[in-house]
Every structure is written in C-alpha cells, then in structure tokens.
Design a protein around this ligand. Sequence first.
Ligand code: B4P
Length: 195
Amino acid sequence: KSTGGLKDAKVLFVIGGPGSGKGTQCAKIVEKYGFCHLSSGDLLRAEVQSESDRGKRLNEIMEKGELVPLDEVLALLRDAMEKKVSEGVKCFLIDGYPRELEQGERFEKEVAGCTGVLYFEVSDDTMIQRLLERGKTSGRVDDNEETIKKRLETFHNQTKPLIDHYKDKSNIIKAEGTVDEIFTEVQKYMDSKKW
Ligand code: B4P
C-alpha cells in the first residue's frame, strides 16, 4: 500500500505503561515544539464513540485491558497521519504505539521509519494511583482497579520487551515526579535532537 509523503515524516514513538504520563507530556511537547500528537488510545476511543459494530468490539477489548488487533490500530494511525501529511505536517508524536514488537515492525515497514523513542519509566504503584485518581472523573471503561491490573500485566508482558528492541534509539525518562519536573527532562531530550 502506498504511503504517499509519509516516508519523509519524522516519528517519535512515546512509550510507557498505562498512566505513565504519555498523553500529559505529549500535550506539553506539542505546546512547545509544535509536533502533531496522535494517541492510539484517543483514536480508538473516537472509534468507540461512533457506536459502530467495530467500535463495540474495540470497547470490549479495551475494557478487558488487552491490546486491540494490530491491523485496526495501524489503519487508524496511518489514516490520521496521511491526512496530516497532506496538510503539510512533518513531525509526529505517536503516543501509545507500538505496544508490542510486531506493531513497531509493521509500522516501520508500512508507514514510516522511527526517528526516536521516548520511554516514561514509572513504578506500578504510581501508575495505579494516577489511574485510580483519573478514574474518579474520566468515565473511561478501563480506569478501574480490575482493568488497571490487567493493563499492567499487558504492559509488562507485551510492551516492555520493546525497550530493549529500541535501546539504540530510546531515551529513558524517569517519570515519578511532577508534570513540570518530568517535562524538564523531556526538553533536554527534545533540545538535543535536530528535528
Ligand atoms: P491509552 O489511551 O494509551 O491509555 P494510557 O496507557 O492510560 O495512557 P494515557 O496517555 O491516557 O495516560 P497518561 O499516562 O498521560 O490506552 C488505552 C487502551 O487502548 C489500552 O489498554 C488498549 O486496550 C488500547 N490501545 C491503545 N493503544 C493501543 C495499541 N497501540 N495497540 C493495541 N491496543 C491499544 O496519564 C494518566 C493519568 O495520570 C492522567 O490522569 C494524568 O493527569 C495523570 N498524570 C500524568 N502525569 C502525572 C504526574 N507527573 N503526576 C501526577 N499525575 C500525572
């Protein structure tokens, strides 16, 4: 399948466990560096909102804390990126993707190469606390104790091996502190690269 102008895109993968602060830090990166932020989770939730049969299937998987099928999430990302590239966007923050080795391989083969990886490292306890806090108001089907436990398992079993796979491109950010403390570390990385 043709990737159009996508092969010239600069792509920063943003990886971390559930509640590690990916979306939060991406919003700050966009504000300062003007990247286009695409969150796989947000794209999936938008699909669920449409109340299509596909959306219902996706919602059931997310509610279980499992990964949705690779082809679904890859297609959503590629479509969103193609649209942005046609509007002249070049630099992308791909947040929450890849979540397993095959996702990374397929993306790099079929969409665009990866320029760098930001990995937010946080303890399980911190992730659980943040997600339970968010769950008080988020209305998300996956911000409850039982699903959080499964999401952490999915993260440790399927996503963590990616860190080793991308170790040459990875920048590990210790992400236990406040949003601004973490962003100070993120800026060091962003400023060290020529985008
Ligand atoms: P996501 O939407 O990616 O959900 P997430 O892991 O919780 O990340 P999010 O970005 O929302 O949270 P953040 O850490 O910023 O995925 C949801 C589900 O979608 C997955 O379980 C899966 O089923 C599916 N899915 C998504 N991508 C997929 C893929 N590639 N393949 C297959 N399936 C996929 O923030 C969390 C909370 O912490 C917020 O409330 C925030 O305010 C707070 N917070 C952040 N930083 C903080 C800090 N420093 N201090 C205190 N609180 C902080």
